[in-house]
Design a protein around this ligand. Structure first.
Ligand code: ZN
Length: 499
C-alpha cells in the first residue's frame, strides 16, 4: 500500500509589542523572573483586561500580508483550562471570529512554487513558564499575558521539507512586517505539527498525531520525518493510529514521545470574554493597515530578479536578510552614481544599461560570498559608497579579486575603529601596493623569465597540453606577487608560446 503524508501546522508568533496583551507590563524576555507581573496578568480577582491596540493592528496587518480575509467584527473568547502556568484558570483567545481567515503562502521549493493555505489567524495571550527542578517546579509569570498570534494552516504539506520551507517563509514575513523577531531558538516562533498518513488516492483524514515542543527548523524536519517513519511502520503492521494523540519531540533521543491524548474543543468550554467588548474595524482602518505593509519577501525576490537581473538563488539569499537586501540596493545605487560621476549622466546611463546585469551580479556575488558569511556577519559593513568604489576598481581591472579581498579586509578594519570614516579607495589600493599590473614591460619581463625557467612545461603546452598553461599563469602571478591580471597574463603567455 502506498501512503501519503498529511501535515498541518499551528504556528505561534510572539509579538514584540512594548507591553503585554491585556495589561501594561513590560513585554521583554530578558527580565528577572516574576518582575513584569501585575494584578491583571497574574489573574487577581476583579482585575479587568484592556486590549493592546498595537497587537491587534499587527494581527490585522499579518492577516492581510498572508492574504487572509479580515473579520471586521471580531471578539475575544475565554478558553478554560487549569495548569500552573495559567493563573486565571483560562486563557483569553479567539474562538469563532479570528481576526484573519482563508489566506495562503507561496513558497519556492527546489525551484517549484507551491501554495499552502492558511485556515485562520487569531490573537491570544501566552501562559507563564514552568521551570522543573527535580521534585518541584517554579513558575515565572513574566511571559503570562504576552501577545501571541496563532496561525493555523490547512493540512496542505505532503513532506517535512514543505513544512519547514513554509515555517521559514512565515518567519521572514513576520520579520519584514516588524511584528516579531520570530527567532525559533528564543521561542518567539513556536510550532505544533499535526500529522497523519493515508493510502494514496483516498480523501479521508485519519486520526492525527500532534507533535509539540519543536524548537528549531531542524527539529521541524526531523520530528516530522521521524513521525512519518513511525506511522508508516504502524500502517504496514495493519495498526494505523485509531485515536488522536499528542507526542513531544525529544531532542536528546531524536524521537517523539507519547503525551496525553488531545482534549476536544468542547473541553475548553469556550465562551465570549465578558470583560472585553467586541472589536470592530472600519474599512478605513483596514485600508490604513494595508498601506503600512512593506514590500514582502516574495515581491522583493521577484523585483530583485527582474530589476537587477539577478539569478534566482542570488535574490533568494539577499532577501533572506532585511539588512543585506537594503545594503545591496544602496551599493547598487552608489555604483550607478560612480558611473554618472566618471562618465557624465548620459554615458553613465548607457554604460549602466549595457552592463547592468554584470554590475548587479558582481555586487550580489560579493555580498553573498564575502559579507553574508557567518564570519563577516558580526563585523561592520563599510559605507555602501566605499564598497561601490572597490567593486568599480575590481570591475575595471584596476585590482584583481584577491587584491579586492585585501582592500575589503582593510576597509572593515578601518570601520571597526571609526564607523564614520570614508577612506578614498584609490588611495587605499595604492598604499597597499595592489594596483594590477596589466600591460606593461614589467609583465613582459616576468613572462620571459617564467618561460625560460620552465622548459619542460613549455614543451608540454606546445605539445597541446593546455592544462599546463595554467601552471605558467600561476608562476607569473606568483612573480607579480598576485598583482598581475590573470586574464591578460594568459593571453600574453599564449602569444609568447605561439611565437
Ligand atoms: Zn501585567
Amino acid at each position: 500500500m502506498e501512503l501519503e503524508t498529511i501535515i498541518g501546522l499551528e504556528v505561534h508568533v510572539q509579538l514584540k509589542t512594548k507591553s503585554k496583551m491585556f495589561c501594561r507590563c513590560d513585554n521583554r524576555d530578558d527580565q528577572e523572573p516574576n518582575s513584569a507581573v501585575c494584578h491583571i496578568c497574574s489573574g487577581q480577582p476583579g482585575a479587568l483586561p484592556l486590549p493592546n491596540a498595537q497587537a491587534i493592528d499587527w494581527a490585522i496587518m499579518a492577516s492581510l500580508a498572508l492574504g487572509c480575509k479580515v473579520n471586521q467584527e471580531s471578539k475575544f473568547d475565554r478558553k478554560s483550562y487549569f495548569y500552573p502556568d495559567l493563573p486565571k484558570g483560562y486563557q483569553i483567545s479567539q474562538y469563532d471570529k479570528p481576526f484573519g481567515f482563508e489566506g495562503s503562502i507561496t513558497v519556492s521549493i527546489d525551484g517549484t512554487k507551491k501554495t499552502f493555505r492558511i485556515h485562520r489567524l487569531h490573537l491570544e495571550e501566552d501562559a507563564g513558564k514552568l521551570l522543573h527542578n527535580g521534585s518541584f517546579s517554579l513558575v515565572d509569570l513574566n511571559r503570562a499575558g504576552t501577545p501571541l498570534m496563532e496561525i493555523v494552516s490547512e493540512p496542505d504539506f505532503r513532506t517535512p521539507q514543505e513544512a519547514k520551507a513554509y515555517m521559514q517563509e512565515l518567519r521572514l514575513i513576520m520579520r519584514y512586517l516588524g511584528v516579531s523577531d520570530a527567532d525559533m531558538e528564543k521561542g518567539h516562533l513556536r510550532c505544533d505539527a499535526n500529522i497523519s498518513l493515508r493510502p494514496i488516492g483516498t480523501d479521508e483524514l485519519y486520526p492525527k498525531t500532534e507533535i509539540k515542543n519543536i524548537n528549531s527548523f531542524r527539529a521541524v524536519e526531523r520530528a516530522l520525518t521521524y513521525e512519518v517513519e513511525r506511522q508508516t511502520a504502524l500502517w504496514e503492521d495493519g495498526q494505523p493510529p485509531k485515536i488522536q494523540a499528542t507526542r513531544g519531540w525529544d531532542e536528546n533521543s531524536q524521537t517523539t514521545v507519547e503525551q496525553r491524548t488531545k482534549e476536544e474543543a468542547a473541553d475548553y468550554r469556550y465562551f465570549p470574554e465578558p470583560d472585553l467588548p467586541p472589536i470592530i474595524f472600519s474599512d478605513a482602518h483596514v485600508m490604513e493597515l494595508q498601506g503600512m505593509i512593506p514590500e514582502l519577501p516574495s515581491a522583493r525576490r521577484e523585483r530583485f530578479a527582474e530589476m537587477y537581473d539577478l539569478k534566482n538563488d542570488q535574490s533568494q539569499v539577499l532577501v533572506e536578510d532585511i539588512q543585506s537586501a537594503k545594503y545591496f540596493e544602496s551599493v547598487v545605487s552608489e555604483f550607478k552614481a560612480i558611473l554618472d560621476e566618471l562618465l557624465g549622466i548620459e554615458k553613465g546611463n548607457l554604460c549602466w544599461k549595457n552592463g547592468k546585469g554584470k554590475y548587479t551580479r558582481l555586487i550580489a556575488n560579493w555580498l553573498i560570498n564575502r559579507i553574508s558569511t557567518e564570519h563577516s556577519k558580526a563585523r561592520p559593513k563599510p559605507h555602501a559608497e566605499s564598497l561601490a568604489w572597490l567593486l568599480y576598481y575590481l570591475d575595471t581591472s584596476t585590482i584583481n579579486a584577491s587584491g579586492a579581498a585585501i582592500v575589503y579586509e582593510k576597509l572593515v578594519e578601518i570601520y571597526e575603529k571609526n564607523p564614520d570614516s570614508k577612506p578614498e579607495i584609490a588611495n587605499l589600493i595604492s598604499e597597499l601596493g595592489l594596483e594590477q599590473v596589466s600591460n606593461s614591460d614589467e609583465l613582459e619581463k616576468m613572462i620571459t623569465s617564467v618561460i625560460g625557467t620552465n622548459e619542460k612545461v613549455v614543451s608540454d603546452v606546445r605539445a597541446g597540453k593546455t592544462a599546463a598553461l595554467q601552471f605558467l599563469v600561476g608562476q607569473v602571478m606568483k612573480a607579480s606577487k598576485g598583482k598581475a591580471n590573470p586574464g591578460v597574463v594568459q593571453e600574453m603567455l599564449k602569444k609568447a608560446l605561439e611565437a
